[in-house]
Design a protein around this ligand. Structure first.
Ligand SMILES: *[C@@H]1O[C@H](CO)[C@@H](O)[C@H](O)[C@H]1NC(C)=O
Ligand SMILES: *[C@@H]1O[C@H](CO)[C@@H](O)[C@H](O)[C@H]1NC(C)=O
Length: 398
């Protein structure tokens, strides 16, 4: 009897020990995909001291303009609600600040954090700055409670640092659907060496038996309401099928793993194993430009402008499968996975290749960036405790 009760308690704990954060999806039009701006943003993200070509940003596009998935967090006591981009390719949390200047349009149009309205806030006064492609985000570091759910279970204590942004880079974030960014990379690339909110939660085994987070992204264009799900402290078996294939981290900066090969019809398009970074903060799939050029040619994509390639939409079902080998397992993208069907606002959609050539020099490169084109097809697990990334086939429907 007693042991049965213990089992019952253990089951309850197992059920309680995972938090599900619903994601919201943004659908973009063809006009909003500007590979040049996306490329500059990614270079700024992955090349230390890169000086971006600001012309690429003159169209008023956000640095994260191609980012599609965001979700809720709360900060402070009582909780203040924010929508943040969950970005595995960076490592800082920031939200707009209540005392940002009146002229900062991006800040004024979004929810702002107010330290004075939180009984648990400590204003450290430490200055903070992140360089974005289109300018810099400046602010101050505040400490407060950060929560991933409304029931106050998956929360940090009040010493959690984050940036309260008093200046956002120009027009870059004006149109963003989310208020701020929650970086989910490793501390080594964190500006001001501020630890991630997940660190405290992962350290608390009472609420978090599995120190990991996982993403299921809905790619269903007809289901805009349901963007997907991010889970913390466990995986959600409703959203994947079969086993998870694991690949150990190469280093603890980004979620950086070895990509063994990329093949089409048995031909290898990579020159031996290469670093790849799993980045929920970009929608595209990038690789060295020589290799991507060959892939575009193989799939019959036609160069348009600025590194963008299109295919004829009716060809999508006939496009070849592209096989990524990770963790000793093949992961196959079909045409409908790697082609972005984008509306023009009128008439027939345009079919844009989801591949972009992007050369990242040493020491960070050469590398591939596995963005939402890849993560959307494969359930992706970021295992902090075991320092590895896992992929499984995403379930079709929840
Ligand atoms: C960053 O923080 C970690 C842990 O708090 C510490 O061990 C490390 O020395 C810090 N690094 C820098 C550059 O301050
Ligand atoms: C591509 O892969 C899918 C599923 O893995 C398979 O059903 C399909 O037959 C493949 N297509 C080609 C052209 O090999």
């Amino acid at each position: 009897m007693a042991s049965r009760f213990v089992v019952f308690l253990a089951l309850c704990a197992a059920v309680a020990a995972i938090t599900r954060v619903p994601l919201t999806k943004v659908t973009h039009t063809r006009e909003q995909y500007k590979f040049k701006a996306i490329g500059e943003h990614l270079k700024k993200k992955y090349i230390p001291d890169y000086i971006p070509n600001n012309d690429a940003f003159n169209e008023g596009l956000s640095d994260y303009s191609n980012a599609q998935y965001y979700g809720p967090i709360t900060i402070g006591t009582p909780p203040q609600n924010f929508q943040v981009l969950f970005d595995t390719g960076s490592s800082n949390l920031w939200v707009p600040c209540a005392n940002c200047p009146f002229g900062d349009i991006a800040c004024q149009l979004h929810t702002k954090y107010n330290c004075q309205k939180s009984s648990t806030c400590t204003a450290t006064g430490a200055p903070f700055e992140i360089q974005y492609g289109s300018g810099s985000m400046k602010g101050v570091v505040d400490n407060d409670v950060v929560c991933f759910s409304h029931d106050k279970t998956w929360c940090t204590d009040k010493t959690q640092g984050f940036a309260c942004a008093t200046a956002e880079p120009g027009l870059a974030f004006v149109g963003a659907k989310f208020d701020g960014v929650l970086g989910m990379g490793w501390d080594r690339i964190s500006v001001n060496n501020i630890s991630q909110p997940m660190d405290q939660i992962f350290a608390n085994s009472a609420i978090c038996p599995q120190p990991l987070f996982a993403f299921w992204l809905s790619r269903d264009a007809n289901d805009v309401a349901n963007g997907g799900e991010m889970t913390l402290c466990g995986t959600d078996s409703a959203h994947y099928q079969g086993d998870i294939a694991w690949e150990p981290l190469v280093s603890e900066d980004y979620w950086r793993i070895k990509l063994s090969s990329v093949k089409i019809d048995g031909t290898e398009y990579t020159n031996g194993p290469v670093d790849s970074i799993v980045d929920t903060g970009t929608s595209l799939l990038t690789g060295p430009s020589d290799e991507i050029k060959k892939i575009q040619k193989k799939i019959g994509a036609i160069p348009i402008i600025n590194g963008e390639y299109e295919v004829i939409c009716s060809h999508v079902p006939k496009l070849p499968n592209i096989t990524f080998n990770l963790g000793g397992q093949d992961f196959v993208l079909q045409g409908k996975d790697y082609i972005l069907q984008l509306s023009n606002g009128q008439g027939a959609p345009t079919c844009l290749s989801g591949f972009m050539g992007l050369d990242i020099p040493a020491p960070n490169g050469p590398l591939w960036i596995l963005g939402d084109v890849f993560i959307g097809r494969f359930y992706s697990v970021f295992d902090n405790g075991n320092k590895r990334v896992g992929f499984a086939n995403a379930a079709k429907k929840a």
